[in-house]
Ligand binder design. Structure first.
Ligand SMILES: [Fe+2]
Ligand SMILES: [Fe+2]
Length: 222
């Protein structure tokens, strides 16, 4: 069976990068702190081995409304879409831990892959282009998860296959949310940029990769 630890980490990473975007671009300082506090029990569990995964079920919701920073016309839309996305990713994270428990697999930490890094390297350095590029990268990460869950589902047992299909349905929404956000923030047609990152992404997926992860390239055999 595919190494399930990589899923827990990808779900957490998805939540973290969405949170980074709202903190950087959309909310005031207090809201930013509330966001960090929301994620903390999950990060404590993963990076510091503190707490139990079962207790994380109580932390899936954000108990505070977010205040948009002044002067960000897209702030509210970014907050609404990303808060929902984080909530879903944290729930996925919990579900993965739950299903791992049912298969008797203990969580072990894994490092990050070259995939997201490889795309984010090409993000422009000035705004709002930087934000738009990051959103497009987010869309590719989500869309590729969606594709991989679809490919894997028929090859695993029914319980796991159904779980992958349930994840896939939200990843499909997530990638569309990222694209809609990117286009609504841009005052230009983003399709050229989407195609540009499509080229980078294809290279990362098709070239050989000695690190086997959910988003890795072609595994090298050794
Ligand atoms: Fe997810
Ligand atoms: Fe997602």
């Amino acid at each position: 069976m595919i190494n399930m630890h990589i899923f827990t980490l990808s779900e957490l990473k998805a939540a973290q990068s969405a949170m980074y975007l709202i903190r950087k671009y959309a909310v005031d300082k207090e809201s930013g702190e509330a966001l960090l506090a929301w994620l903390k029990p999950f990060e404590d569990y993963i990076y510091r081995k503190q707490g139990s995964w079962q207790a994380l079920a109580d932390h899936e919701k954000l108990n505070r409304s977010m205040i948009p920073k002044s002067g960000t016309p897209y702030g509210q839309e970014l907050i609404d879409k990303m808060v929902l996305l984080i909530k879903e990713e944290l729930h996925h994270f919990y579900q993965v831990l739950e299903i791992m428990e049912s298969y008797g697999i203990a969580y072990e930490s894994v490092g990050s892959s070259r995939y997201a890094r490889g795309m984010l390297r090409h993000v422009r350095t000035y705004e709002p282009q930087a934000l738009i590029d990051k959103l497009i990268c987010g869309a590719y990460i989500e869309a590729r998860s969606c594709e991989r869950f679809a490919m894997l589902a028929p090859h695993v047992d029914e319980q796991l296959g159904n779980f992958y299909l349930s994840l896939l349905r939200s990843e499909a929404r997530h990638y569309q949310d990222y694209l809609v956000l990117a286009q609504s923030i841009a005052d230009f047609d983003i399709s050229e940029r989407v195609a540009f990152f499509g080229g980078i992404e294809a290279e990362l997926i098709l070239s050989s990769d000695d690190d086997f992860k959910f988003h890795s390239g072609v595994p090298t055999l050794d």
